[in-house]
Design a protein around this ligand. Sequence first.
Ligand code: TRP
Length: 454
Amino acid sequence: MANFDLGKRDSFTSKFGVVAAAAGSAVGLGNIWRFPYVAGENGGGAFLIIYLGFIVAIGLPVMLSELTLGRMAQKNPFGTFKKLAPGKPWFLVGLMGVVAAFMILAFYSTIAGWTFEYIYNAATNAFAGKNPDELQAMFSTFQSSTFRPVLWQVIFMFLTAWIVVAGVQKGIEKYTKILMPILLVLIVVLCVRSVTLPGSAEGLAFLFQPDFSKITAGVVLEALGQAAFSLSIGMGTLITYGSYIRKDNNLGSTAAQVSAADTFIAILAGVAIFPAVFAFNIDPKAGPGLVFEVLPNIFQQMAGGYIFALLFFVLLGVAALTSSISVLEVVVAYFSEELNMKRRTATIVAAVAITFIGLACTMSWGVMADFKLFGNSVFDIFDYTTANILLPLGALLIVVFAAWFLRQQQLKAEVTNEGSLKGRLFGLYVFIIKFIAPLAIAVIFLNGLGILNF
Ligand code: TRP
C-alpha cells in the first residue's frame, strides 16, 4: 500500500534539482526585499550577527527536521503529523502551517506585484533622468493607488497557480535550475556597482560594523523571524518538499547547502543595497519600499543600467515566483491529500481565496490606509504575525516533535538513509533540536512579545 502511494507522488529527479528547488523556495523576496529593510530598521551590523547565529543554531537544524519529517511520512504537513502521531493533536501544527501559508502568500503577492510594476518601469525606461526624490515619489504614488497594484497581484497569483497546477517536477525543478545561478551573477554585478559608488563605505559600515547598543528584545525577535522567513521554515514548506525527495538524498548536506546559499544571497543583497542607500542619502529605515526606492538610483548610474534594471526586476519577480510556488504547494498538497480535491480544483480554490485576502494587503497604502488594528495596517499585521509569531512557533513545535516525540532510532534511520550515511554530526543535531533550539526560540519569543522580561 505504502509503495503505491510512493509511486504516485511527484518527486524531484536529481540532487541538484532538490537543492535548486529548495533554494528556489528559500531565496526570494525575503532575501532581496525583506532582509535589507528589516536589517535597516533594526540597526544593521548587530542585527546581521544575531541573524547569522540563528541561521546556524536554529534555522539549519529546523530545516533538516522538516525535510526529514516530510520524507518519512510522504505527506503534506497536516498528513505528516497525523501519520507520525495518530490520534494526537500534533496535526494542529500542520493546520497552523496552512493558515500561515494563506497569510504569507497574501502579502508576498503584494510585493511580487510591485516587482512586476518595476519590470514594466524598467522596460519603458521610466527611471531615466529622475532624481532620488522623484523616484521615491514615483514609488509612493504607485504604492498608494489601487488599480495597478491589484492587477499585478492578480497576474502574479495566476502565474503561481499556473505553475503549481503543472506539478513539482516539470515546473519548479526545471526552471529553478536555470534561474538561480543567473540571479546570483546579477546580484554580484550589482554589489560591485554599489560598492564603487562614492560614499559607499558608510553603507558597508552600517551593515558590517555591529553596534550592540541597538540590540533590544524586539530586535532579537525580528532576527529570529527573519531567519525563519528567509529559510522557509516553520510552516511546513520543507515538510512538503521533503515528501518529494528521494530516499537516497543526503538531507543533512541538502539543508546545509540551501541554508548557505540563502544566507549568502541575503548578505549580497545587503551589500548591493546599503552602500547605495547611504550614497543617495536615503533613510535605511525606509521600510518595505526600500528596495524599490534605492535600486532604480543605482541603475541610473550604471553603464548599461537599462538592461541591468530590466534583468534585475525580472529575476526578482522570478525569485518571488519560485518561493510563492512553494507556499501555494503546501495548501494544494493539503487540499488534495486531506480534502480529496483534484489538484486542479485545489489550486484554483487556494489561489482565488489567497488573492482575495491579499487585496487587503495590497490596498494597505491606498484605500485601506486608515484601516488599522493596534496602529498597524493589514499588510504589517500579516508580515509581522507570520514571520515573528507563527513561523517561530511552528519551528519550535516541529523540533520538539522530531526530538521528543519520535523515537531517536526512527529519526536517525531517516536522516542517515537507513545507516548508509555515517551521520557523524547526528548527536550534535539531536542535542540542538532537543535543547538549544526549543529553549532559544521559547525565550526569544516570550521576551520579544514582552511576556517574559530580561
Ligand atoms: N523564504 C522565502 C523568501 O525568502 C519565502 C517563503 C517561501 C517562505 N516559503 C516559505 C517563508 C515558507 C516562510 C515559510 O522569500
